[in-house]
Design a protein around this ligand. Structure first.
Ligand code: PFF
Length: 452
């Protein structure tokens, strides 16, 4: 059953600013703060940053506009949207895949989100403020994530916070939360950046981060940059489509897209400017993802003035970023049940979040009691992350680009985009990118994965 026009259950964004902040809130998350610095560190610093920016503009930006356009055209969740534009076809599969990806991603995202909440509390109680070395901080982190009840408690707490916000609906919940949280994030990050940059030895980190060393760039690096662009911009699972579905008709989609992409990229770049100077100033190496943020940084904070305060601020930021992305993941899954099944928002949110939480339990235990339960060398957490992030998202993005470029047609899409703007100035370039560049680029990701 389609009740797409039931705006009481669905809701609308109240302001243009609120929508842009909410979409940015979805984009900016653990992907920017936890993953981006780590993969920059692993892939040659400045040169990787340039390639990432290129992927974001050439592939991410056109797909985001495509998602917003489908969303606003149909005012529906991903399943309802594809069903409406191409009834009784297999294209609706993109929508189902998106809802499934949202389900999978939130199940492990909630676990890491729980760790961020835990580290906020642990900063306050100074439990993570006395490490003698990064190794000690690492051991503390490892034993924390191995603890069954603590992991589950914080995992549940994170899900509970997301439920509390999404239950309140699009305007008074998601939009209002993001309006406060996103600007706070930017202000804190800028403050932290100054703190990092004024540490002795910080310039070495800046140089690593900004000076391109193209000798470290290969085909694989480009593919990693592309995958990161998808995850970071919340693309490929109909998340931006769902957020676009709450837009009133007079919204200028192209400028909203540009703002969200710039905001997401700016935050990632800012985070790099916080982390690399600090890591280099401490004489440390940019290490692996989870250890970089959760174990190396607390050790970094110990060594600097106002370290405990900075630690509190940093983990609050990380938690904020994770929550505003978590709510977008929950919204996609809930919107499906609200629109397609006619459920009330409350029923949809409570039931889906409970199932996602239960499905996430093996992920939460993957670093403790279930750490030996491995298949092909990966634990449950890694498998779910791998299936969702490395397969479902790029596949969804590629199919969305093909759908808009070749099936629904760029002409119909441009008509929708031009509802507000008299002329879509970038129409030709966008049409070219969405028909050729985006799908081919993603295809290359898959070829590289299957034929490394
Ligand atoms: N973009 C989020 C991040 O960078 O952490 C993660 C994410 C959120 C991915 C929502 C996909 C999504 F639909």
């Amino acid at each position: 059953m389609t009740t797409g026009n039931d705006s009481k259950q669905r809701g609308f964004w109240n302001s243009r600013f609120g929508f842009i902040l909410a979409a940015s809130g979805s984009a900016v998350g653990l992907g920017n703060i936890w993953k981006f610095p780590y993969i920059v560190g692993e892939n040659g610093g400045g040169a990787f940053v340039l390639i990432y920016i290129l992927c974001t503009i050439a592939v991410g930006l056109p797909i985001m506009l495509a998602e917003f356009t489908i969303g606003r055209k149909t005012n529906l969740n991903p399943v309802g949207a594809f069903q409406t534009l191409k009834p009784n076809s297999y294209w609706v599969g993109i929508g189902y895949m998106g809802v499934l990806a949202g389900f999978f991603i939130l199940s492990f995202y909630g676990v890491v989100g729980g760790w961020t909440l835990a580290y906020v509390f642990k900063s306050f109680t100074q439990a993570i403020s006395n490490f003698a070395s990064p190794q000690e901080a690492g051991q503390f982190f490892d034993s924390f994530i191995a603890n069954t009840w603590e992991s589950l408690f914080y995992h549940a707490l994170f899900m509970g916070v997301c439920v509390g916000i999404v239950l309140r609906g699009v305007h008074s919940g998601i939009e209002r939360a993001c309006e406060i949280l996103m600007p706070t994030l930017v202000i804190f990050l800028i403050l932290l950046m100054f703190r990092s940059l004024t540490l002795p030895g910080a310039m070495e980190g800046v140089e690593f981060y900004l000076k391109p060393d193209f000798s470290k760039i290969g085909p694989q690096t480009i593919l990693i940059a592309l995958g990161q662009a998808f995850f970071s911009l919340s693309l490929g699972m109909g998340c931006m489509l769902t957020y676009g579905s709450y837009l009133p008709e007079d919204e200028n989609l192209t400028s909203a897209t540009v703002y969200v992409v710039i905001f997401d990229t700016m935050i990632a770049l800012l985070v790099g400017m916080v982390i690399f100077p600090a890591v280099f100033a401490m004489g440390l190496e940019p290490a692996e993802g989870p250890s970089l943020v959760f174990s190396v940084l607390p050790a970094v904070f110990v060594g600097i003035p106002f370290g405990n305060f900075i630690s509190i601020v940093f983990f609050i930021l990380l938690a904020i970023a994770a929550i505003t992305s978590g709510i977008s993941l929950l919204e996609v899954v809930s919107a499906y049940f609200i629109d397609q099944r006619g459920w009330s928002r409350k029923k949809a949110v409570v039931i889906t979040s409970t199932i996602i939480f239960v499905f996430g339990i093996p992920s939460a235990l993957s670093f403790g009691v279930l750490s030996d339960a491995k298949l092909f060398g990966m634990n449950f957490f890694d498998h779910i992350d791998n299936i969702a992030s490395n397969y479902l998202l790029p596949l969804g993005g590629m199919l969305t680009a093909i759908f808009v470029g070749w099936v629904w047609g760029t002409k119909s899409a441009e008509e929708e985009i031009e509802k507000h703007e008299t002329i879509f100035h970038w129409g030709h370039i966008w049409g070219f990118l969405i028909r050729y560049i985006s799908p081919v680029a993603v295809l290359l990701v898959f070829l590289a994965k299957f034929f490394p």
